[in-house]
Design a protein around this ligand. Structure first.
Ligand code: TYD
Ligand code: ZN
Length: 406
């Protein structure tokens, strides 16, 4: 079945079906099991603009409304990442009188806190009232709303044009991206920059990180598809830079055409993507085959370990784990509990797969034979913290880029 591209109206061909999935952050109280929202997680690629996108849509009010639990400031690595970028903006784009910056998806104010301390006019736009409250406590001004064309037009009328519009790990979450881009067009000053950070499809494909695909990640960006989407809305992609965060991201800088010189990075990325076949509909089925193989191998390994009486527990009740456990059919029979450091998740069940979540104290009580690392993007930190597990003979199971025991 052919679907219509959200970005350009072209034909989208499905290449991956991850089955029926729960909301990735719906960590359930035991009494809530069986009363969850679920949706078909299918992914396709547009033959015209090459944008990779989900084919269904979960209501944004269900995902990003008042119950949205993610708080960006929880990670020290991310705090440093955003502080450094905010400082760079303060020294360059935002130096001078009367400058104004808008952040789309400001969450708990992790980025704008530094801007506020630099006494620069700013506005975060975020639909989650609780996250906004935390940001406001840090002196950050927030408009609690989704960022769309009319929101942006309203901000322009009340605050004037923005010199910088910034968005990290949010733009790919918006099925209504064209409306947001029209909003950026309405709000950005003539010489302003629109800076976007998001996970990179190149890393997802190269390392078979299929668990990066879940409800929130509606689009999976490449330099080519971001450039195409930007061009449709009158923006030029002037820079692209690799970032090590979230298992591989890119920072895209967009501006109005001809206003800024284009960094040679852009051409280099495009050439590299072309060489890899990234964004080519013909190469996506090979990725889907690797995903199916990973599922089969992981399931077989867990069954064998279970049948030989080994205890395997999960580590990291991530959003990503919703996709892996549900797609691979991993439930409490194979993995009786998942260890996680966030107290809010303790006593809850993982979405869809209903595996109980326990505190890290339970990890050594007693140590399992194997730990399935769902939080693979924090592997170094977690393995260092849980050094004793391996010293005592325990082994980690990884499933990206392929299933293996270390
Ligand atoms: P996160 O990186 O936010 O992944 P996702 O976006 O897929 O949810 O989640 C990491 C999870 O791992 C989070 O629930 C906390 C947990 N965690 C630990 O339990 N111990 C640790 O040392 C670290 C770094 C994370
Ligand atoms: Zn398209």
């Amino acid at each position: 079945m052919t679907h219509i591209c959200r970005i350009c109206g072209g034909a989208v061909q499905q290449f991956l079906d991850l089955g029926r999935q729960p909301l990735s952050k719906a960590f359930l109280k035991p009494a809530e099991a069986g009363r969850e929202t679920s949706f078909d997680l299918t992914v396709g690629i547009c033959a015209s603009c090459t944008m990779v996108q989900q084919l269904g849509e979960v209501s944004r009010d269900l995902v990003f409304g008042p119950r949205y639990p993610y708080r960006s400031s929880g990670s020290p690595v991310m705090r440093k990442h955003f502080e450094r970028l905010a400082q760079r903006f303060l020294n360059h784009e935002l130096a001078g009188a009367g400058r104004f910056v808008v952040e789309i998806g400001s969450n708990d104010g992790i980025f704008l806190k530094t801007i506020s301390e630099g006494a620069v006019a700013h506005l975060g736009v975020d639909p989650c009232p609780r996250a906004a409250e935390i940001a406001e406590d840090k002196g950050v001004e927030v408009l609690v709303d989704f960022f769309e064309e009319d929101t942006a037009t309203q901000i322009r009328a009340t605050h004037g044009p923005a010199d910088v519009i910034y968005s990290a790990n949010t733009l790919s979450h918006l099925p209504y991206l064209p409306s947001a881009l029209r909003g950026v067009d309405a709000l950005l000053s003539e010489r302003g920059v629109f800076v976007v950070e998001d996970r990179y499809l190149g890393d997802i494909v190269a390392h078979t990180r299929f668990d990066q695909i879940y409800d929130e990640h509606f689009y999976l960006f490449t330099v080519r598809s971001v450039q195409a989407a930007a061009a449709l809305h009158g923006f030029e992609l002037v820079d692209a830079k690799r970032l090590p965060v979230h298992g591989g991201s890119i920072r895209y800088t967009l501006a109005r055409p001809g206003v800024r010189p284009q960094n040679i990075n852009v051409g280099e990325f495009l050439a590299q993507e072309r060489a890899q076949g990234l964004g080519d509909p013909a190469t996506m089925p090979a990725f889907a085959e690797r995903v199916q193989r990973a599922r089969d191998e992981l399931r077989t390994l867990l069954r064998e370990l279970h049948d030989s009486g080994k205890l395997v527990v999960g580590y990291g009740a991530t959003s990503k784990s919703a996709t892996v456990t549900t797609y691979c059919g991993i439930g409490p029979d194979l993995v009786p509990y998942v260890i996680d450091g966030s107290p809010v998740k303790h006593g809850r069940l993982t979405p869809g797969s209903h595996i109980p979540i326990r505190s890290p104290k339970a990890f050594s009580d007693p140590y399992p034979d194997y730990a399935l690392l769902f939080a693979w993007d924090h592997a170094d930190e977690i393995m260092a913290k849980e050094r004793e597990f391996r010293k005592g003979g325990g082994r980690w199971i990884l499933y990206v880029p392929e299933v293996r025991i270390v």
